[in-house]
Design a protein around this ligand. Sequence first.
Ligand code: 6PG
Length: 238
Amino acid sequence: MITIYKEDRKDLCKLIIEHIVNKLSEGELNIAISGGSTPKLLFSLMATKEYRNKIAWNKLRIFWVDERCVPPSDNDSNYKMTYDSLLSLVPIPKDNVFRIKGENNPEQEERRYNEVVAYELKQKDGYPLFDIVLLGIGDDGHTSSIFPTQMELLDSSKAYEVATNPYTQQIRIALTGRAILKAKEVYFLVTGENKKKILQNIVQNTKEAENYPSYFVVLNRKDCKLFTDVHIPNYTDN
Ligand code: 6PG
């Protein structure tokens, strides 16, 4: 794992945006984005004057890593968070936005979204090939909506599967482990002191980390990039 540490969260997000801007100068970019609260700052910055005109919106195609099975008007919807902080503020063509429809029947939506990514993206070993998969890490070590109670989703032959948040029983649709590993680039954006313990376990390869779905990704993608404002002494590239 390659750690990119910046004390200032904005500076950290700017680095990710600069990566995106550079990639877009080479052509179309297919990115799968996560939800939760962490990427909100990144999205809001992308919509500011500073970046709005630098991003080639017509070449950026947005997919989702995961979605909560709620309508897009619900405050829990990852699409809603992205729409409010980014999509409603920038000139991205509607056809470049591929949302997971949280309002649909989960099993049907799993099937539909697997078809969407199979049609829209190049395939690699039977999985969709994203240019960038942008992940978060939950404070139990989950990533995408793969929770420690559902480690089998790490090994799924499907790109997306129905998942359940074990704390709230909320149904979700999640990009699975093997599909994450296929991406050209895997980024983690992890901010806030509440994530320190988890990051420490991951970086120090503790026994505890073996329960984290995020650790599976770190172990299997040595080149993944961790963007963080959490300072951990002796970061090692594991
Ligand atoms: C989601 C996510 C999830 C998220 C982590 C971190 O829908 O919840 O995509 O994997 O990245 O839970 O969430 P926070 O950013 O809210 O801490």
